[in-house]
Design a protein around this ligand. Sequence first.
Ligand code: CP
Ligand code: NVA
Length: 326
Amino acid sequence: MLGHTGDDMESLLSIDDLKEDLEKILQWAIVMKSDNEVALDFFPLDGMSIGSIYEKPSTRTRVSFEVGIDKLGGNSLTLLKGDIQLGKSESVADTANVLSRYLGGITYRCFSHDDVVELSANSSVPVINALSDKHHPCQAAADLMTIMEKKGTDKLKIAWVGDGNNVLHDLVLASAILGFDINWAIPKGYEPDEDVINRAKEIAAKTGSKLMETNDPIEAVKNADVVYTDVFVSMGEEHLKDKMSDFDGFQINDDLVSNAKEDYIFMHCLPAHRGEEVTDSVIDSKNSVVFDQAENRMWSQMSILTYLINRPAWDTYYEMLEINFN
Ligand code: CP
Ligand code: NVA
């Protein structure tokens, strides 16, 4: 099998692309993780190659995709930007057209979100955004899977403290889709993009999720079930190192988390800059689930890959698992 087997080609550029199927995709990931024997006895990517282009470094995304694709029976090709023609003598559009002739799907970690949009527009196979400057949908999928695993699906309060960045964008959208309340505390001038928040508000109006922005970390964290942060300076922003001083008071430390519920969980997409956005005492505490999050990148991406690339297999397995596990 060369290409994907769904009727309509779909890509994952932001978590919003999975819409109301997000919860099912995550449930299925949880089942796969917990019951290897039943759920991993099939190979929906058998005979297919998935290519992954990286313009920026990666540990979790790269390894979790490579291993996950392997477990699904596929073959993964990692294409580092320095080694391919993209960005030197070939456009994003031509790269998409060429790679679509060989691959069943493409994952792309890029600087500009416009580039992954263009890759998808010119590709005849599904494209998965493996992090852009605007969105990180695979991270949000793993984050919500982790929250569901640790806290269930009842109403929860999620608190973000830090930069209004790519990870926050998809976390807000995913929380809105699943009906969780989310507060984000951001220093003035670093707010998330208005178009993303407006879209999240539209979704939240249907699901009952409450969204709130503040500049006060204590207000955000008060009675929170989940406390989340990310680096203050993202990849590609190294020239903005001076922005660090604007984040004084936004570090997740013991004082701040004393405002959260006693059984709160601490989350971080990693890599963490210990001593900057989070102290060792918090990230190494019993409340921290950061390595579960990292593991869940693989399971949730395996579910997403199957969903996007071999929908008939995904439908069959989801139905079977509902019968077996519900
Ligand atoms: N969280 C995350 O995307 O990590 P990597 O940059 O290591 O892939
Ligand atoms: N916001 C961070 C996330 C890294 C996984 C970045 O874009 O560098």
